[in-house]
Design a protein around this ligand. Sequence first.
Ligand code: ADP
Ligand code: ADP
Length: 228
Amino acid sequence: PLTIEIDDLVVRHTPDRPAALDGVSLTLAPGRRVALVGPSGAGKSTLLGALMRLVEPESGNIRINGIDIRDLSPEDVRERVTGLTQDPYIFQTTLRDNLTFACPGSDETTLAEALRRVKLDAWAEDTGWNTFLGEDGRTVSGGQLQRLALARALLYAPPVLLLDEPAESLDEATADHLMADLLDITHGHTTLLVTHRLRGLDRVDEILVLEDGRITQRGHHTDLVAAP
Ligand code: ADP
Ligand code: ADP
């Protein structure tokens, strides 16, 4: 179990422009799911970047189980925090290679479990496991690609999952289906879900609204949807 505390974080990409994050504080406690919503340019990706130690803050800090992220190596951070981008990279080889990339030597039982978690096991069974795992990574569709990328991330067993606009490049119906499944899949898993829509977020523990680098609202789905 792992707790991430972000305290008064300020990130500035360019000296002569307003800060991309202007004093953001939040806590990700074990097993909790927090959604970060906000318009384009609000600073959502910057926050994820800071959590993966790809972006250096100007001030404030991020602590993972009490340890300042600056005192952890990039490898240490990667073992604790795994991000899933809106356009996951899928290798032009087999699905098996794609799945086992991060964890070479995973046996079929482990792969089956990962595919079951992301709800692709029915497809694998229909096709036959060997055929399915031998299929070309290029043939999967948008929603399936996100699921495969999530299965790959879960094989890594990261304590904290960061999901960056996972439904962004999908059509409405596929996006709704994926988001609903993602909320099943990540149940009980410490997750920060970045999205620009409130729809379907009634199952997360807390929603934070980020605007111009500041958290302007926080609460549950009902509070925010009912708000004027
Ligand atoms: P969001 O993910 O909510 O769309 P971003 O974190 O991408 O927001 O961007 C926040 C602000 O920081 C925007 O004004 C954006 O133009 C700026 N920004 C983001 N990344 C960079 C960068 N690498 N260099 C300079 N400015 C950046
Ligand atoms: P897309 O619309 O991009 O395919 P979805 O996320 O809606 O994205 O599709 C993934 C879903 O479809 C999963 O639940 C998967 O199990 C199922 N699926 C996809 N292809 C097949 C198939 N050939 N046989 C059985 N189920 C499949």
